[in-house]
Design a protein around this ligand. Structure first.
Ligand code: ADP
Ligand code: MG
Length: 221
């Protein structure tokens, strides 16, 4: 599904930074990969690249066989919208909208026909165990519930790849575990997941692990 060969990402700065150096990585459909690394090691740069939000400086990145360097900006945006769901550390929910409205809005942006949005959003929230919280605004939800709304939003558009940047970074242990259980469930249903974390206990939930240090990525056992 994802195939990176000798990928680099250079920021000219100042200061100039080699945020990714010679990254080789293959992610197959159905994989669940955790990428672990300390702050500043290149994790978010890596995720932005995988999520088609950024371009490699050198090297080749194939997404489902397509060399993404050859895609126009419009084609990349369309591929991203259809193929990829994102989950972030700080949830990024709209505070004045209910859980259901937050997910419906994502369906709207993704081009889901108006008449189908509410049913799809409701089903996504049921899938993450929040059928009873549809009408709650984020301030009435726990951190773990907020993240589950964000995950429902990410999967509501039926992505083929889920990318998560520190999805448990703002959660206590219990809520982290419930989010990790949910990721395992989604992965067992066939969703490919790449998750970034600096927490080894969280990374242990994934089927594969890689470490990133100073922009260099290596698979760990
Ligand atoms: P992490 O997510 O692991 O904390 P990042 O991928 O955000 O690390 O950053 C990796 C390195 O690249 C850091 O040294 C950071 O300062 C640098 N960097 C990230 N984004 C930019 C940018 N847009 N411009 C310049 N330097 C950047
Ligand atoms: Mg980061």
């Amino acid at each position: 599904m994802l195939d990176l060969a000798d990928v680099t990402r250079f920021f000219s700065g100042p200061p100039a930074v080699n945020a990714l150096r010679g990254v080789d990585l293959v992610v197959a459909r159905g994989d669940y990969l955790a990428i672990i690394g300390p702050s500043g090691s290149g994790k978010s740069t890596m995720l932005n690249l995988l999520g088609l939000l950024d371009r490699a400086s050198t090297g080749q990145f194939r997404f489902e066989g397509i060399d993404v360097a050859e895609l126009s900006d419009e084609a990349r945006t369309a591929l991203r919208a259809h193929a990829i769901g994102f989950v972030f550390q700080s949830f990024h929910l709209l505070p004045t909208r209910t859980a259901l409205e937050n997910v419906v809005l994502a369906c709207t942006y993704a081009g889901v026909p108006r008449g189908e949005r509410a049913a799809i959003a409701r089903a996504a929230l049921e899938r993450v165990g929040l059928a009873h919280r549809l009408d709650a605004t984020p301030n009435r939800l726990s951190g773990g519930e907020r993240q589950r709304v964000a995950i429902a939003r990410a999967v509501s558009t039926s992505p083929r790849l889920l990318l998560a940047d520190e999805p448990t970074g703002n959660l206590d242990r219990e809520n982290s575990e419930s989010v990790m259980d949910l990721f395992s469930q989604l992965n067992s249903e066939g969703l490919t997941i790449v998750m970034i974390t600096h927490d080894h206990a969280v990374a242990a939930a994934a089927a594969r692990r890689a470490r990133i240090l100073d922009g260099a990525l290596e698979e760990v056992e």
